[in-house]
Design a binder for this molecule. Structure first.
Ligand SMILES: O=C(O)c1cc(=O)[nH]c(=O)n1[C@@H]1O[C@H](COP(=O)(O)O)[C@@H](O)[C@H]1O
Length: 279
């Protein structure tokens, strides 16, 4: 049987530290790196990030939108990026934020979580806002293929609250409800469940939420969105041990030099390790 994602992730976090580096080839970054806003630029950018980080950082998170922008040739670059990152030892979280009615969700899940898919990744970001139950086909396939999901619960953007803080008839807000679904999904899993939540590092004190979902918490927002590694203990409390903090532009702006990129990623990784060790 394939080792579950949660268990593979726990090991990677213990061995390499918990940092996730995002591969977000913004047009503005391609320009800053002296690359064209074209498929060749995209490929060079992605290859460079993989070369600098995939043999030492636990998780890489390519953001699919920046590849889809170039059509099928961009998606081909994404396929190669995922393959090369995994071959170098990183776990790949595909950031495609998929979500649809269950029967369509099954096809999205196959695109990223079925072993023989060209875009096969270790985990996928998904949106539960068609109802958590609409994600069931992805949960089932992830269990079968030893992959994972990161479900948007409390996102880092200021607009997210209008949906995620909406209070339900039972008095719980929508974000807390998503966390409860994930805790149920991960119950009894050791050392860590495979069904994670996305919880922004930008959100301040989250002590009113039960973050003990026995699964990973993907925490974007460090760097360009203003949060820092030293915020993590205050935001996540005891759950910080399961936090996978993501930095994209905060690292990527140090390219195109491979060594400078690698050093930037290592600095964030060290700061995260120091912040988490203090809890
Ligand atoms: O799921 C995500 O990764 C995500 C969720 C969220 O709440 N906020 C958020 O910023 N993200 C993603 O995380 C990355 C953040 O990038 P930087 O702000 O450049 O570090 C982008 O790829 C976003 O799409």
């Amino acid at each position: 049987m394939t080792e579950p994602f949660g268990s593979r992730l726990r090991r990677a976090m213990d061995e390499r530290g918990p940092l996730c580096v995002g591969i977000d080839p913004h047009a503005s970054l391609l320009a800053e790196w002296g690359l064209g806003d074209d498929v060749a630029g995209l490929e060079r950018f992605s290859r460079t990030v993989v070369e600098a980080t995939a043999d030492r950082i636990a998780v890489l998170k390519p953001q699919s939108a920046f590849f889809e922008r170039f059509g099928s040739r961009g998606v081909a670059v994404l396929e190669r990026t995922v393959e090369e990152a995994r071959a170098a030892g990183a776990l790949v979280v595909m950031d495609a934020k998929r979500g649809d009615i269950g029967s369509t969700m099954a096809a999205y899940a196959e695109s990223f979580l079925r072993k023989d898919s060209p875009l096969f990744s270790d985990a996928l970001t998904v949106s539960p806002y068609l109802g958590y139950g609409s994600l069931s086909p992805a949960v089932a396939l992830a269990r079968e293929s030893g992959t994972g999901l990161f479900v948007l619960a409390l996102t880092s953007n200021p607009e997210g609250g209008e949906v995620q803080h909406a209070v339900r008839a039972d008095g719980r807000d929508v974000g807390a409800t998503m966390l409860a679904h994930l805790a149920a999904e991960n119950a009894g899993e050791e050392p860590l469940g495979s069904f994670g939540a996305v919880v922004g590092a930008t959100l301040g004190d989250l002590s009113s939420y039960d973050l003990a979902i026995n699964g990973p918490l993907l925490a974007p927002g460090i760097g360009a969105q203003g949060a820092t590694p030293s915020d993590l203990p205050r935001v996540f409390g005891a759950a910080v041990r399961n936090v996978v903090p993501n930095v994209s532009r905060g690292v990527l702006r140090h390219g195109p030099d491979v060594v400078a990129l690698r050093d930037a990623a290592s600095r964030f990784a060290d700061e995260v390790r120091a912040a988490v060790a203090g809890v």
